[in-house]
Design a protein around this ligand. Structure first.
Ligand SMILES: C[S@@+](CC[C@H](N)C(=O)[O-])C[C@H]1O[C@@H](n2cnc3c(N)ncnc32)[C@H](O)[C@@H]1O
Length: 255
C-alpha cells in the first residue's frame, strides 16, 4: 500500500517511520510512504505556506493552493502509474479534529485502498477550501486538539499498515486484537510464571488448548465489562455470555 503524507514538517513524519515494524514493512515492499513537503508547492522566494486569517483571529492558517497543487502532483503521478481512473478515485484524507473518528473499522476500511493521501494541517489549521473541495474524507484521531496533523497521519499509517498482509509476522495477532473482535483483548502474560507474588493463571500453563480458548473468551468479556462496557452493546454475544455478564453486573441498555 502506498501512503502520501503532505506536510509542512516532513522530518516529523519520516523520523517515526524508520523503526521497528513499519521500517521492516517498508523494506519488505509491503508498505511505501512518500512524504511531500508543502513548501515545494509554494511560489514565493521564502516558500511561505501559511498566512493570517481573513476576518482576524489569533494564529496562522495553512494556505489552500499549496495543498491543491501537492494533490495535483500526486494525482498526476498516480495516473502515470495506475491510470486516470485510479487517480480520480484517489482518497484524500484531511486530518482534522472535527472529522470522523478513526476506529478499528475505519482502519479496516482504509486498508482496502491501494493508495491513500493524508493531508496534515498545522498552526490554526487549514484554509476551509481544502475540506470543502479537495478532501474526500475528514478524519480525526480523537476529541482533543494537537499542534499538527503529522502525529495523526502517523497514527493512521500505523493502524492501517498493521492490517496489511505480511506486515505482522503472525496474522492471528491482528485478528485477536482489541476492537477487532468487538471486545477488548483478554489479559496476556509472558515469563516469568510468577513475579512479586503474581502468578500467571494455571490454565495458560496447562497445554490444554480448548481450556485456554474458553478462558481467553471469558476474560475478554470480563475485561471489556470492567474497562469498556459500552462495547458490549454491539458485541456478538451468545445467550450464555449475556447471562454471565449480567451475573457480573452488566446492565444492557435494552435487556
Ligand atoms: C491546532 S490544530 C487546528 C484546530 C482547529 N483550529 C480546530 O479548532 O478544529 C492544527 C492541525 O492539527 C491537526 N489535528 C489536531 N488535532 C487533531 C485530531 N484530533 N485529529 C486529527 N488531526 C488533528 C489537524 O491537521 C489540524 O489542522
Amino acid at each position: 500500500m502506498l501512503f502520501h503524507v503532505v506536510t509542512l514538517f516532513p522530518a516529523m513524519v519520516e523520523g517515526a517511520l524508520g523503526h521497528s515494524i513499519l521500517k521492516r514493512a517498508q523494506e519488505a515492499g509491503l508498505l511505501q510512504v512518500r512524504v511531500h513537503n508543502l513548501r515545494d508547492y509554494t511560489h514565493d522566494r521564502h516558500h511561505v505556506a501559511d498566512d493570517a486569517m481573513y476576518g482576524g483571529g489569533a494564529g496562522m492558517l495553512l494556505k489552500a493552493p499549496t495543498f491543491f497543487e501537492a494533490v495535483d502532483a500526486i494525482r498526476a503521478d498516480t495516473a502515470q502509474r495506475r491510470g486516470q481512473e485510479a487517480a480520480q478515485k484517489l482518497r484524500v484524507v484531511l486530518l482534522a479534529p472535527g472529522g470522523r473518528t478513526l476506529t478499528q473499522p475505519v482502519a479496516e476500511e482504509l486498508a482496502r485502498e491501494e493508495e491513500l493521501v493524508l493531508l496534515c494541517g498545522h498552526y490554526e489549521g487549514v484554509d476551509s477550501r481544502v475540506e470543502q473541495s479537495l478532501a474526500t474524507d475528514v478524519l480525526s484521531i480523537g476529541d482533543y486538539v494537537l499542534t499538527g496533523g503529522e502525529m495523526p497521519a502517523l497514527v493512521v499509517v500505523d493502524a492501517v499498515a498493521r492490517l496489511l498482509p505480511g506486515v505482522l509476522h503472525d496474522v492471528n495477532s491482528a485478528r485477536d486484537d482489541s476492537f477487532t473482535t468487538g471486545l477488548l483483548q483478554e489479559p496476556q502474560y509472558t515469563r516469568p510464571p510468577e513475579y512479586r507474588g503474581m502468578r500467571v493463571p494455571d490454565v495458560l500453563l496447562s497445554g490444554d488448548h480448548e481450556a485456554v480458548a474458553r478462558w481467553r473468551r471469558r476474560e475478554a468479556l470480563l475485561r471489556t465489562l470492567r474497562l469498556r462496557p459500552d462495547l458490549l452493546v454491539l458485541a456478538d454475544l451468545t445467550p450464555a455470555e449475556r447471562s454471565l455478564l449480567k451475573a457480573m453486573g452488566w446492565r444492557p441498555p435494552n435487556p
